[in-house]
Design a protein around this ligand. Structure first.
Ligand SMILES: C[S@@+](CC[C@H](N)C(=O)[O-])C[C@H]1O[C@@H](n2cnc3c(N)ncnc32)[C@H](O)[C@@H]1O
Length: 169
């Protein structure tokens, strides 16, 4: 790592238009690859079905495809939030997904709005993970008729948080 180069890069990223141009070349992981997105979707639905559910994805990066699959499989609604705006207006509009850029602390959604929250290779990047976990449970529905579930996944591990407790696979 050449430190002066890193400092200049970070300084340049403070300019909105530089950051926006750089995002076009930045790999966030799945990078809208439909095959990889399908694998992640299949992983999630092994733990909790999506049909009839209101689903939120935290940190989709460039990839709305996981939620596209959820809508195709009968999710009632899908929303996504990310601290960086990687997606074009047209891509978001076409998807029917409620996409919001957030500041990274509170989630920009009303309380008790979702049945299921997904997040893939994101929580290691959070600046305020404890606050975000609290926010997840604020926006998840509570009550006898629902089984609110937060699924955090990485390429190697899955963590499932439900009213019955925490499990990992
Ligand atoms: C490694 S990328 C993973 C992107 C995508 N899930 C994938 O697998 O391709 C991490 C993502 O988390 C987002 N992120 C980081 N902190 C966040 C926060 N507090 N809230 C929402 N998204 C966040 C980043 O902007 C980035 O898009």
């Amino acid at each position: 790592m050449f430190i002066p180069k890193e400092i200049i890069q970070n300084w340049l990223m403070g300019f909105g238009w530089v950051a926006k141009a750089a995002r076009r070349y930045h790999s966030t992981g799945i990078n809208a690859d439909p095959v990889e997105a399908r694998k992640v979707f299949d992983l999630y639905v092994r733990f909790a079905p999506v049909a009839g559910k209101d689903v939120l994805e935290i940190g989709p990066g460039q990839t709305l495809e996981v939620l596209d699959y959820a809508l195709a499989e009968g999710a009632r609604s899908c929303a996504a939030t990310d601290v960086a705006d990687y997606l074009s207006y047209e891509r978001v509009r076409r998807s029917g997904i409620a996409y919001r850029v957030c500041q990274g602390k509170t989630l920009p959604f009303d309380s008790e709005q979702f049945d299921l929250i997904w997040s893939y290779t994101v929580f290691a990047h959070l600046r305020f993970p404890d606050i975000t976990v609290g926010e997840c449970f604020r926006v998840l529905r509570k009550g006898a008729c629902s089984s609110p579930t937060l699924i955090l996944a990485t390429t190697r591990r899955m963590a499932l948080l439900t009213p019955a407790g925490f499990s990992s696979a």
